[in-house]
Design a protein around this ligand. Structure first.
Ligand code: ARG
Length: 277
């Protein structure tokens, strides 16, 4: 096996503390309103995720949590940015709709840094969009089937000026792209093939012949809902097998316990939006 030296790149992230996090409605198969959430534990776990990122040298901006928006902790859904251009979110479910404005306000405060575009089409930000700066000259991968409308893929392509590759998600357990596929470095991905339609699996195999393939148990442990800086791969503690897989591919797994956020149907990646200025 050839050894590849994986090098990190400093990142800027946006996170939102789970101060008002609860599971009071169910909009994905992981959410069960009868299972109680430990709010204090959720906050503690979130803080350790934030500290993990800052200890690795990354900059983490924090968006204030708003009451009445229990899913706001999943900041990845609030927008999608590429090279200073921000494609705003428009949530599928009314319970989360107001999160979009909070994210928009964050970018609009710094007009010298961000060009913000308000979307017409339903899309859930980085939950369903991923960017690979060094793959095929810079491409966007985009999921649809449960949340983001495929019309948003075309809209994102017009806003961002990058090819957007549409991928169809077919398993309700993996309802956002970031539960089924993750970007490991500027050109390398990992994914769970069966979360995608056969045609989309073919597209992924053609674009990424060197992808790290995950299996259903990796995906169920939220092992694909990871954040990577190109060397360190931050993933949920439950995802031990996925940790071994990324290590074998030359990355350094860093496990964090996000048991409470899993009750809302999310993990590391959902809680971290990357800001690409
Ligand atoms: N409860 C949230 C929802 O269903 C979880 C969002 C997870 N976020 C993500 N990027 N996958 O909308």
């Amino acid at each position: 096996m050839s050894y590849i030296e994986r090098s990190p790149r400093n990142r800027t992230y946006l996170m939102c503390p789970p101060e008002h996090f609860t599971v009071e409605y169910a909009i994905n198969p992981w959410m069960d309103t009868k299972i109680p959430v430990d709010g204090a534990l959720a906050l503690k776990q979130w803080e350790s995720l934030r500290n993990t990122l800052t200890d690795l040298g990354h900059l983490v901006h924090v968006l204030d949590a708003r009451p009445g928006l229990p899913d706001m902790v999943y900041s990845a859904n609030g927008a999608f940015s590429v090279d200073g251009t921000v494609y705003g979110a428009r949530f599928k479910y009314p319970q989360r709709a107001d999160e979009a404005a909070a994210h928009q306000a964050f970018y609009s405060e710094k007009p010298d840094k961000w060009r913000f575009f308000a979307p017409e089409q339903v899309n859930e930000g980085e939950g369903d969009f991923a960017y690979l700066p060094a793959a095929h000259g810079g491409i966007v991968l985009a999921g649809y089937g449960f949340r983001t409308d495929p019309a948003a893929h075309a809209e994102a392509q017009e806003v961002l000026g990058r090819p957007v590759i549409s991928l169809k998600l077919v398993d309700p357990a993996f309802y956002h792209l970031d539960t089924a596929l993750a970007v490991l470095d500027d050109r390398h991905v990992t994914y769970y093939p069966d979360a995608f339609s056969p045609a989309s699996q073919r597209v992924l195999a053609q674009l990424f012949p060197d992808a790290l393939l995950a299996d259903r148990s990796d995906a169920e442990a939220f092992g694909l809902n990871l954040v990577s800086d190109g060397r360190h791969v931050i993933l949920n503690t439950e995802a031990t097998a996925m940790g071994h897989k990324v290590r074998a591919a030359g990355y350094l797994p860093v496990h964090v316990n996000l048991s409470e956020l899993k009750l809302g149907g999310g993990s590391v990646k959902c809680a971290v939006a990357e800001l690409r200025a």
